[in-house]
Structure formats: structure tokens, C-alpha cells
Design a protein around this ligand. Structure first.
Ligand SMILES: C[S@@+](CC[C@H](N)C(=O)[O-])C[C@H]1O[C@@H](n2cnc3c(N)ncnc32)[C@H](O)[C@@H]1O
Length: 320
């Protein structure tokens, strides 16, 4: 076996690729399509008539552009650490004719390049907040850029099924530099999420069979099964993913309360989605026929769902 110890690198950036991500979140076969569209409606309701909005970790601009189109904001700023996500976000803004009301930029959500007290609302969809470790310092940075009476609304997975060592996913994937890696995502004892990518020798047996796999060719990832030991033998390098932390509903509540926010609330979401998507084909067909009906119903349910048990949690707080 090769000596892998020396070949471990820590990724500075999260492994997102703009076009691939954008395709995923527009696809009704992907759960993110459902939960992100509901989050958009929740943001729209909560930020109301706020005029200057920041979307943290905006990715390809899904929530920013939705709010620019449907909301009352005069200006939406979307930011993300990954340049490739912003590149696609900018193209989406131009395609939708919304580039005059949006600014999309690359920066780190933990050190925002904005003056103190400038935004009236701050939103974040799809777990971006969980990347902004340490969360305590980030909560203070977010408070800094918000104006007094400004609102913050964050949406993230609840990971209620968390147990240390739980394997969240394991699949072969394309790396941003076009290589093939086996990526395992696991929860650590501190509720951090660690992702390890075994970058394969392109001339090895495994990389060759993955490359020819129809699922991999179509989606850029696949779930072929190989023993880890065999994968290690064909590994050229190991990459540790950017660190993340997944707070519980209670932890999130306490964090924002202690960071000086008021009217802190954590609500649950995604229960209906989970039930329906786990249901039979007929239900899924009906959802796909008219997703908007589903989004509206789910949005109305959020105040009735126990956040400790919900698949998704939403934090809402105000800067005094
Ligand atoms: C799961 S994606 C969600 C993207 C987007 N909010 C959406 O709803 O489509 C998480 C995003 O967080 C971004 N991200 C991770 N760490 C970040 C950081 N330190 N600063 C800003 N963005 C970050 C990633 O690049 C990625 O685009």
C-alpha cells in the first residue's frame, strides 16, 4: 500500500462547482429543489419591505435572484467564497434581467468587506452558515453588518439523525480540478462534518471503471461499491474538506441570543417534504405537476413543526 500519510491536504475552499450545483437545485428529483423553493417564500415573507439585503454564501444566486424578482428590496448583495459559484450567479442575474438590482461578489462570509450597520436584512439558504466556523465569531460579524432593527433569517439542515461516526454519504465524484475521487462524509463527535476525498490514480482499475459508469457519466457522481482498502491502494492523495459545524436548534437559539440578537426564534421546516418524497410515485408526480402548491402549503406549516424533530431549521432574529 502507498504511504498516504504524507499526501493529506486540507481543502481551503468548499468543493462546489457552479454549473453542477445550479443544475442540481433546479432538478425536482433533488430534495434541495423542494426545500430551497420553500426557503425563498419564507425569506420573502420575513424580510418584507427591507430595502438592502445580503445573501450569505449565495452559491449560484438562487435566493438572491428570487428576492430581487419577487421582493421589495432595492438592492440585493450575494456573496460566496467560491468564485465558480459567483460566475454562474452573475450569468443567471444577466439571463433573468436582474443584474441592475444585484451585486454578486466573492468574499469570505466570516470577514465581510462591508461597513458596520449597513444591511437591513441578511439571509442565507442551504447550510452556508454551517461553513462559517467558528459560528460564534460569525454571529458577531453578522450582527456588525446589520442595521439596528435589521432581520436575519438562516436556513440549514437539522441533521437530527446525527451520531458521531455516521456516514452521511459515500460516492465517487469529480473534483473541481477534473479528477476522480471517492468522497466520504462523516459526523465527528463535536457535530462537525468532515469530508475526506481519496483522489484516485486515473490509470488505476477503479478510476477507469468509474469513468465508464453510466451514472457517473450522466451525473458526475456515482455510488459504485469498492472496499476502502482497495480504494486506498489506488489513491494518489487525500483531501480533507473545509470544516463545518452543524448546530442543533437549541444551540442556534443560544448562539444568537448570546450574540446580542432579540426576538430569536428557531422554527422547523421540511417535514411535509420528507413525508411526501418518501411516499409513492403518484404523490411525487402530483408534486412535480404543481410544485407551487406544495411550496405554499409547506411554508404555512413551519410554525407548527417541532424544530428539534424537523429535517430543516430556520433561525430568525433581530438586531436590537
Ligand atoms: C450548500 S451551498 C448553498 C448555496 C446557496 N445558498 C443556495 O441556496 O443555492 C453552500 C454555499 O456556502 C458557500 N460557502 C462555504 N464557505 C463559505 C464562506 N466561508 N464564505 C462564503 N461562502 C461560503 C459555498 O461555496 C456554497 O456556495
Amino acid at each position: 500500500m502507498r504511504s498516504l500519510q504524507k499526501k493529506v491536504k486540507v481543502d481551503r475552499f468548499p468543493l462546489y462547482q457552479g454549473l453542477e450545483w445550479d443544475r442540481k437545485i433546479r432538478n425536482p428529483d433533488n430534495p434541495n429543489f423542494w426545500k430551497y423553493n420553500i426557503a425563498n417564500l419564507i425569506f420573502l415573507d420575513y424580510i418584507g419591505d427591507k430595502k438592502l439585503v445580503l445573501d450569505l454564501g449565495c452559491g449560484t444566486g438562487g435566493a438572491s435572484l428570487f428576492l430581487a424578482k419577487h421582493g421589495e428590496a432595492r438592492w440585493i448583495v450575494g456573496m460566496d467564497l467560491v468564485g465558480d459559484m459567483i460566475k454562474v450567479a452573475k450569468k443567471n442575474a444577466i439571463d433573468k434581467g436582474l443584474d441592475q438590482r444585484t451585486s454578486l461578489l466573492v468574499c469570505d462570509g466570516r470577514h465581510l468587506p462591508f461597513k458596520t450597520s449597513c444591511f437591513e436584512a441578511l439571509i442565507s439558504r442551504g447550510d452556508s452558515f454551517c461553513f462559517l466556523v467558528p459560528l460564534k465569531r460569525t454571529a458577531q460579524e453578522l450582527r456588525r453588518v446589520l442595521k439596528s432593527k435589521g432581520i436575519i433569517v438562516l436556513e440549514m439542515d437539522n441533521r437530527v439523525d446525527w451520531k458521531p461516526g455516521t456516514i452521511i454519504s459515500a460516492s465517487f465524484q469529480k473534483t473541481p480540478d477534473g479528477r476522480i475521487a471517492y468522497r466520504i462524509e462523516v459526523f465527528t463527535t463535536k457535530r462537525n462534518h468532515s469530508a475526506t476525498s481519496y483522489v484516485l490514480d486515473p490509470n488505476g482499475k477503479i478510476a477507469k471503471s468509474v469513468k465508464n459508469d453510466p451514472e457517473f457519466r450522466g451525473k458526475g457522481y456515482c455510488s459504485l461499491k469498492y472496499p476502502l482498502q482497495q480504494i486506498e491502494e489506488e489513491t494518489l492523495e487525500i483531501r480533507e474538506g473545509a470544516p463545518t459545524h452543524w448546530p442543533t436548534a437549541r444551540e442556534l437559539f443560544t448562539l444568537f441570543k448570546k450574540s446580542g440578537f432579540t426576538k430569536v426564534q428557531v422554527i422547523g421546516d421540511g417535514l411535509l417534504m420528507k413525508l411526501l418524497i418518501g411516499g409513492d410515485e403518484l404523490i411525487i408526480k402530483a408534486m412535480k405537476r404543481d410544485p407551487r402548491v406544495f411550496f405554499e402549503i409547506e411554508k404555512r406549516l413551519v410554525t407548527y413543526i417541532n424544530p428539534d424533530k424537523a429535517p430543516t431549521i430556520i433561525l430568525r432574529a433581530i438586531k436590537p
